[in-house]
Design a protein around this ligand. Structure first.
Ligand code: GAP
Length: 515
């Protein structure tokens, strides 16, 4: 099935099974804003918990913060967002559709990559076990030609972005005959800059009100509290401050479901280090964050780093962790070495010293910062995309399942009485009573067992327990594993231990800690 069709099915699945709904749907929705349903909110909370605990519990020197969404407007002058938080936009005159010029070009870059990958795939099929991929990549002229074109385009794009040359961005689009996906024409307007911050007013009277912004990132709340946390927690550098919270961006090109939305949550950590050690810490965090993603078990091949050629105004090194979504490799998380840019600018604009006295060096300095920044919603989409499967099973039937990492699954266990009589529902309720404080359990007695299993597969429940007549005699149940569909008979007394071991966040964190 084409990747596009899989993605459409995934979006429909999220709605049908209570994961994600369009916002204010009864009024026809609101562009690029979504609500999370009964299972979605649980998955989201579990993702946040996984991130939070991996930061706060696994690192003695990382502490938390919850800063306000509204901040003094000068914050955004100091951070550079008022002047430089822009997207380069271009309109197609025929379709009247608006695009980000850099994204149009990046999508064209990805096409060259796809073409090269297709050649490699064909060769792999042709040569079988004898296929030497590195050699083929180096020597095949068609692959080399596609990759050369890709590299040339990437270099031209990054030069234009670095020079903020909007005319050149347009010229790249024209020279490469990049057409509007809707009209199919190359009839483009000029490229213009568009600021992404939402503004509102604080204060009750028109004269007294002042313009403030809905934060476009949570990071600035951490910077302005750097000294509060350092002093009140007697923190010694190096140390980090982690925060999870809402952020808002007036994304013009909001597509691909919850990948790019206007209201979203970020999980950001700023790690404060001595001047001169930013790059070393950048590499350490790069490795740690990739391990965090890979510990979920979707396979290392789904992820890659994308080191930036064009650096944001605050960074001296940057990389993205990209995941292979059904619509291609895309950023899930950004890791930046932000130098002392933010603290220095806040010192300048506020007139307050943002320095740390280092007892080891016996000197004061403005610390440098390494940032890890990931969107909860985007991570949600990554997990759901990786977990969604359609399988043909023995009887020719298709089962749709979400093979979610058990520690993140919204429901850990479903308890199913074989029939609605003979004391089986009561026994099932007893099991739930025993486990309900450890994990989220569901009770389901409607329809055949097969149908009930399918329902649980579709919401990603890792374990189903069936209570039958033997359960009353022997105090045992069958436990069915979602991914393998295998069943085993276990004593009810063993259930809490099995569920804890297989589904608790601790198991995942231990795996991470052991790396
Ligand atoms: N403080 C740095 C910062 O905000 P960013 O690359 O703009 O950097 C970090 O954003 C992460 O936030 C991204 O990797 C992505 O996961 C998430 N993110 C950014 N914009 C988003 C949007 N419009 N919708 C959903 N997630 C978004």
């Amino acid at each position: 099935m084409a990747q596009e069709d899989i993605f459409k099915k995934l979006v429909a699945h999220c709605k049908e099974y209570g994961y994600v709904f369009p916002s204010s749907e009864i009024y026809d929705g609101l562009g690029a804003v979504y609500d999370y349903g009964q299972h979605g909110v649980e998955l989201k909370n579990n993702i946040k918990r996984y991130w939070w605990d991996s930061m706060i519990l696994l690192h003695e020197n990382v502490v938390g913060l919850d800063s306000a969404i509204f901040m003094h407007p000068t914050t955004w002058k100091a951070s550079g967002h008022v002047d430089a938080f822009n997207d380069p936009l271009i309109d197609n005159k025929d379709s009247k559709k608006r695009y980000r010029a850099d994204v149009l070009i990046e999508e064209h870059v990805a096409k060259y990559e796809e073409k090269a990958e297709k050649e490699i795939e064909k060769a792999r099929e042709r040569f079988g076990d004898r296929f030497d991929e590195p050699l083929f990549r180096q020597t095949n002229p068609r692959v080399a030609a596609h990759l050369e074109k890709r590299d040339a385009l990437v270099a031209r794009l990054s030069a234009a972005l670095n020079a903020n040359d909007l005319a050149e961005l347009r010229q790249i689009i024209i020279d490469n005959q990049i057409v509007c996906p809707v009209s199919g024409t190359c009839n483009w307007t000029e490229v213009r800059q568009f600021n992404l911050m939402f503004a509102t007013e604080m204060g009750s009277t028109a004269e007294g009100a002042s313009k403030i912004y809905l934060r476009p990132e949570t990071a600035q709340g951490i910077f302005v509290n750097f000294l509060n946390v350092q002093k009140s927690g007697r923190m010694k550098i190096p140390f980090g401050i982690a925060q999870i919270g809402k952020a808002f961006r007036n994304e013009i090109i909001a597509r691909q479901f919850i990948f790019r939305v206007r209201e979203f949550e970020q999980m950001e950590m700023q790690f404060f280090v001595p001047p001169g050690s930013g790059i070393e810490w950048f590499h350490r965090w790069k490795k740690l964050r990739m391990q965090w993603h890979q510990a979920l078990g979707f396979g290392a091949a789904c992820y890659r780093f994308h080191d930036h050629d064009k650096l944001a105004h605050y960074a001296d090194a940057a990389t993205d962790i990209e995941y292979r979504f059904p619509f291609g490799f895309k950023e899930v998380e950004g890791i930046h070495s932000r130098t002392d840019f933010d603290l220095r600018r806040h010192q300048e604009f506020s007139g307050k010293k943002m320095q740390y006295f280092d007892p080891g060096l016996n000197e004061s300095y403005i610390p440098h910062v390494v940032e890890t920044s990931i969107g909860v919603d985007r991570m949600f989409l990554q997990i759901i995309s990786a977990a969604y499967r359609e399988e043909t099973i023995d009887d020719g039937e298709t089962r749709v399942l979400l093979a979610l990492p058990p520690a993140l699954a919204p429901v850990k266990l479903s308890v199913l009485p074989l029939v609605k009589k003979d004391g089986l529902p009561e026994k099932a309720r007893e099991i739930i009573q025993q486990l309900r404080l450890d994990c989220r359990c569901l009770y389901d007695e409607k329809d055949s067992i097969g149908k009930r299993y399918r329902r649980q597969d579709a919401i990603g429940t890792p374990f189903c327990v069936t209570v039958d007549h033997l359960s009353l005699e022997e105090n045992t149940v069958t436990i069915r594993h979602r991914d393998t569909m295998q069943q085993e008979r276990v004593s009810i007394d063993r259930l809490p231990g099995i569920i804890e071991e297989k589904t608790s966040l601790k198991t995942l964190l231990r795996r991470l800690d052991a790396i």
